[in-house]
Design a protein around this ligand. Structure first.
Ligand code: NAP
Length: 253
């Protein structure tokens, strides 16, 4: 039975990965801070799901999960835990920003680093790093979240190319707005975001698993966001800045 370790599995996209991977026959190791909620997800993911409580913004939490990746034969790592801030850079503290970087970037680097040696020596395995469609341009003025996700996308593509020949896959998953607890947790009012822009977590995961099987390095679920990402990648920055609106209804000051 293959093993998958999913971070941020207590809600949203991570919980959707847990459901999908359990159905695909994986033994699961589910990571997040909230042990009770993790246990509830584990209960719906079959008898073999195991809970590993860790705060990935701390050194102790990262060390525990990295050790697990070192000791266990993990076939699929999903670096999904992540968060945003609800304030522009001029209003955050340096500690807020360091926390964001630690969770969104450092944890992804650390856990990928811990997982890859075993995978490359076995000549198989995969890492999915959950990034964001916002990683392709500095959308949402003043928010440092897209910059953190730009690192995740570039990192995944780069490492994916480097390990591809060894039979191991690394893929960035770049969803657009997805109905989860993500914005509520940060206290962001999304009531002005049109309903057509929202994706379902289960659909995002299904798309990711299809793209992973196809050997894609970057996965952008849904045609709407594929078009948006094309624009972000190829439109001149000046034009992009004029047409791009912050659909969360904030001005970023
Ligand atoms: P979510 O429902 O808020 O889930 C976030 C998960 O991360 C939870 O399981 C949370 O669990 C865990 N987490 C948060 N801080 C953590 C920490 N310090 N240590 C360990 N686990 C932590 O949001 P989501 O939308 O599913 O987010 C998953 C990923 O998708 C994130 O990387 C996010 O950036 C990305 N994403 C989301 C959207 C969107 O619109 N929702 C769009 C693009 C990308 P605990 O609280 O139990 O620790």
């Amino acid at each position: 039975m293959p093993t998958a370790l999913v971070t941020g599995a207590s809600s949203g996209i991570g919980a959707a990965f847990a459901r999908r991977l359990a159905a695909d026959g994986y033994r699961l190791v589910l990571v997040a801070r909230d042990a009770e909620r993790l246990a509830a997800v584990a209960a719906t993911a079959g008898d073999t799901a195991e809970v590993l409580t860790a705060d990935l913004s701390t050194e102790a939490g990262l060390a525990a999960v990295a050790q697990r990746l070192h000791d266990d034969q993990v076939d699929l790592l999903v670096n999904n835990a992540g968060a945003t801030l609800n304030r522009s850079f001029l209003k955050t503290t340096a500690e807020d920003e360091a926390w964001l970087l630690h969770l969104n970037i450092h944890a992804v680097m650390r856990l990928t680093h811990a997982a890859l040696p075993g995978m490359t020596s076995r000549g198989k395995g995969a890492v999915i790093n959950v990034s964001s469609a916002s990683s392709f341009a500095p959308v949402m003025p003043g928010s440092t979240y897209p910059a953190s996700k730009a690192w995740v996308t570039h990192f995944s593509e780069s490492i994916g190319r480097a390990v591809g020949r060894s039979g191991v896959r690394v893929m960035a998953l770049c969803p657009g707005y997805t109905r989860t607890e993500f914005h509520t947790r940060a206290g962001i009012d999304m009531s002005k975001t049109p309903s057509w822009m929202w994706l379902r977590a289960d659909d995002v995961v299904a798309h990711a698993m299809r793209d992973l099987a196809r050997g894609r390095l970057v996965s952008v679920p849904d045609w709407k966001y594929k078009v948006a990402v094309f624009g972000m990648r190829h439109a001149p920055r000046g034009i992009f800045a004029r047409v791009a609106k912050d659909t969360r209804g904030r001005d970023g000051r």
